[in-house]
Design a binder for this molecule. Structure first.
Ligand code: MG
Length: 293
């Protein structure tokens, strides 16, 4: 986008991205879109290259939004509906099982202020580094996350549990459940990380935090994260997108509510979001599950 478009954006960002097939897989089924105002990662599943096609098809739907100063919640909801149709069509209804996760952060605004709109379906992840703290914003749609929510497993156990790759929501793969959304007030200096499970499953949160906090350039940080995943085994495709807030629009800062009180994930739900999109905290069983090959 032009400098003038950047200047009118509610969040001016600097972003970097990297992806790698890893050391065990033959093809890279991850796809990414990292152009203002969309920073998304999709991790395809289905085997026989169906996953690669599914993740690319899902993200292609968002291309028309590239270059806009910001994107509204309803635009993302509409794009997800279309992406789901496209991925379902690929599956052909014959049990092809093609599907994809989708997560990421979109530059949005509310009342003229810059907001991060975070979206998630599946177990790819979106994190935020702010004020020196790393927070996982997205909540995995996975069987092990449901066990954690039910108090039957700790987060530490979940990180290495057998079956941790079984997800409970996706685009395609027999899933028809909604995405989760979070609308978070942005602040200058925020750093967002969007990644596939090939990163979060291979590199622990402390190391991710250390790299994000120490490698200042977003492109160098994304590459360093991917290299660390390879160094740790590279058992899956790995993708990382790093997005820095260089400047954030704010209406009269003296008029705004204390920002410290708005920092918690989920604390800033916009009233445009309907109740269905609140992250589900209660475990529930579901017959269809997308399972990674
Ligand atoms: Mg993966």
């Amino acid at each position: 986008m032009t400098d003038a478009q950047q200047a009118s954006a509610p969040i001016v960002v600097s972003a970097g991205s990297a992806t790698d097939v890893g050391l065990r897989r033959r093809i890279n089924e991850d796809s990414m879109l990292a152009r203002h105002p969309m920073f998304l990662v999709a991790d395809g599943m289905g085997g026989h290259e169906a996953g690669e096609v599914a993740s690319a098809a899902a993200l292609a739907v968002f291309e028309p939004l590239v270059g806009l100063p910001s994107v509204r919640v309803e635009d993302v909801v509409g794009a997800i509906d279309l992406a789901r149709q496209n991925v379902d069509a690929l599956a052909g209804g014959a049990g092809g099982g093609a599907g994809t996760t989708l997560t990421g952060v979109v530059v949005s605004q509310h009342g003229g202020d810059g907001y991060w709109l975070v979206v998630n379906l599946g177990d790819s992840r979106t994190y935020r580094l702010a004020g020196g703290a790393l927070e996982q914003i997205s909540v995995d749609h996975s069987v092990v996350q449901e066990l954690v929510d039910a108090g039957e497993m700790t987060a530490e156990e979940a990180a290495t549990a057998a079956g941790r790759n079984v997800i409970t929501r996706a685009l395609g793969a027999g899933s028809d459940e909604d995405a989760d959304f979070w609308l978070l007030p942005a602040a200058q200096g925020d750093r967002m990380l969007v990644c596939s499970d090939g990163l979060s499953g291979e590199v622990d949160a402390a190391t991710i935090h250390e790299i994000l906090a120490s490698v200042l350039d977003p492109q160098a940080a994304a590459e360093r994260l991917v290299l660390q995943a390879l160094a740790n085994g590279g058992r899956d495709n790995v993708t990382a997108v790093v997005v820095d807030a260089i400047a954030v629009a704010q209406h009269d800062p003296m008029d705004t509510l204390p920002r410290a009180g708005e920092r918690d994930a989920g604390a800033a739900f916009d009233d445009e979001l309907d109740a269905d999109t609140v992250p589900r905290k209660t475990p529930r069983s579901k017959p269809e599950r997308g399972e990674r090959p």
